[in-house]
Design a protein around this ligand. Structure first.
Ligand code: COM
Length: 523
């Protein structure tokens, strides 16, 4: 389908995408100038976030990029199977949490799990996801003026050539952005029906789960496990490490972690830490999961639904075999700070280069590669970044945890809410208090959240910020920028900012209460 001279509106794009998703024989979608002849500055193989942003940036700089993607839409797994459905599910979990705690009180009806269906919410997502896809295709063509070939698996030919839809496309450079896929643990029975990951959940779920076992203790496991449980589906989480203590969560503060994990227990999720699945039992379908508990004893947990949230593996094998790019121990393509692989003129970006598999990293890798190709010096260091996860809360952090700070500086000041003061009856304290925690603050104060600022008392610089509640995620994007500037962010500067009261994170006003002191004190 040649759409170069077409100018589809969003409804037409929605239909084109949905038709292609349903029909395996659907033809490629070509949006090419000059029929794709000539030499591109770069072919972005993979039109996910990294490829789309990289190509758009290169085009904005005056270059000629081409995106090739197997899916009939741009944006990749985020809007199709990953971040967007996860945010829908986590939003639903937060709403349901409110309903469950306030069942039959105020204006809330009695909690009625029969009205809540995981399958219905998955189907709601499936009906809507191509609206976002439609916009990405439209924007990339009509506003960003980027050429693309969609619905055609690109095959690497050499370091300058990609075949797609039976045609050859040539470029001075390749930017590989083929992403990653869920990595199932090696457990007997993992192939049984009823075992899902975040991708197959949205693609294949066709029944209502009643009893769920989640494998993993990191972000994905907690986010999906919290959602399943919030819907009324009994949920057990099985994790080798303590929850939120997987390697990529090293900046998670222990007090914040304890607040979150206590909340998970309070809500009735069965948590098995230090445990591992040893077999998934049943006939064709899962019926039980056998787990080895921390003490070594075996336990069989009934389940009609298993969710695997144990991480992803980069899709690097074709690039390794055809181009010979160097890969690391976790199959990630090795790159330098400009996203160059071991093969000249071949770059790699996004999840393909390993963790963190986060949106900001994918997009900024793409932009870094684009700049470098266009002759602008560009390096990207993503060792420090703000991060978050959802339970029924939004949990956000940036910089150092209190423990990490104590290992590095001698005078650590902690400003937190609720404060830690021995024998103070903080269970009566309706703080933090702001949008979305007001009802909790006036009824069940201990559910209203937690926040902590970690400050170096000597330099007065903020070292880390940690938050459990709702609505603070945006602030952490800017806090990250401020505290990681060469000059950092002092408690005095933070206390001098203009808060929009009531504000979900109370860092500004709490800092102001202490900033007047020459020798800082915790609060
Ligand atoms: C976001 C996809 S869902 S992209 O980064 O805008 O391409």
């Amino acid at each position: 389908m040649d759409i170069r001279d077409e100018h589809f509106n969003l409804a037409r794009w929605y239909d084109v995408i949905e038709d292609a998703l349903k029909d395996p024989a659907a033809e490629p979608i070509y949006n090419l100038r000059g029929d794709g002849e000539g030499l591109y500055d770069a072919i972005f193989l993979g039109g996910g976030a990294g490829g789309r942003f990289g190509a758009a940036y290169m085009r904005a700089m005056g270059g000629r990029p081409l995106i090739i993607d197997a899916w009939p839409f741009l944006g990749g797994s985020c809007p199709h199977q990953a971040c967007v459905p996860h945010h829908l599910f986590s939003d639903v979990a937060a709403e349901l949490d409110l309903w469950r705690w306030f069942s039959g009180q105020l204006f809330f009806p009695e909690w009625d799990p029969s009205r809540v269906s995981i399958l219905e919410i998955v189907r709601l997502f499936l009906r809507g996801r191509s609206n976002a896809h439609a916009f990405m295709n439209w924007q990339t063509k009509e506003q960003l003026d980027v050429e693309y070939v969609l619905n055609a698996a690109g095959r690497l030919v050499d370091a300058n050539t990609v075949r797609a839809g039976g045609r050859m496309f040539r470029a001075r450079n390749l930017v590989l952005g083929m992403g990653a896929q869920p990595r199932p643990p090696e457990v007997p029975g993992i192939d049984k029906r009823g075992v899902f990951d975040f991708a197959t959940l949205v693609e294949e779920l066709d029944y209502e789960p009643r009893r769920c076992v989640v494998i993993g203790g990191g972000k994905t496991a907690l986010e999906y496990g919290s959602f399943f449980h919030a819907t009324g589906c009994d949920t057990t989480i099985v994790s080798r490490s303590p929850l939120m203590r997987t390697p990529s969560l090293h900046h998670v503060d222990e007090d914040l972690r304890r607040y979150v994990v206590d909340g998970i227990h309070k809500r009735g999720i069965d948590v098995r830490e230090g445990a591992e699945p040893v077999a998934i039992l049943g006939g064709d379908r899962v019926e039980q999961v056998r787990i080895r508990l921390a003490g070594g004893e075996l336990l069989e947990v009934d389940a009609d639904f298993v969710f695997v949230g144990t991480g992803e593996t980069p899709n690097s094998s074709e690039a390794r075999q055809i181009l010979g790019v160097a890969v690391g121990s976790r199959e990630e393509i090795m790159v330098d700070k400009s996203m160059r692989t071991s093969v000249p003129n071949v770059y790699a970006i996004g999840d393909l280069i390993g963790p963190p598999m986060e949106m900001f990293k994918a997009r900024k890798c793409g932009v870094t590669a684009a700049k470098h190709i266009m002759g602008e010096p560009a390096e990207f260091d993503f060792t420090e970044y703000p991060d978050f996860l959802h339970t029924t809360y939004e949990v956000t952090w940036v910089g150092l945890s209190e423990q990490e700070a104590r290992e590095r500086v001698t005078d650590v000041i902690v400003i937190q809410m609720p404060p830690y003061v021995e024998n103070l009856d903080t269970e009566r304290l309706p703080l933090p208090l702001a949008e979305r925690t007001m009802l909790y603050g006036f009824t069940m104060p201990e559910l209203s959240g937690f926040q902590k600022l970690v400050v170096d008392g000597g330099s007065r610089r903020v070292l880390g910020a940690h938050h459990v509640g709702y609505g603070a995620k945006d602030a952490f994007q800017y806090l990250d920028y401020l505290i990681h500037r060469p000059q950092g962010l002092t408690i005095d500067e933070l206390g001098g900012m203009n808060e929009l009261f009531l504000n979900p994170e109370h860092f500004v006003q709490l800092s102001r209460l202490r900033a007047g002191r020459y020798e800082l004190l915790s609060l």
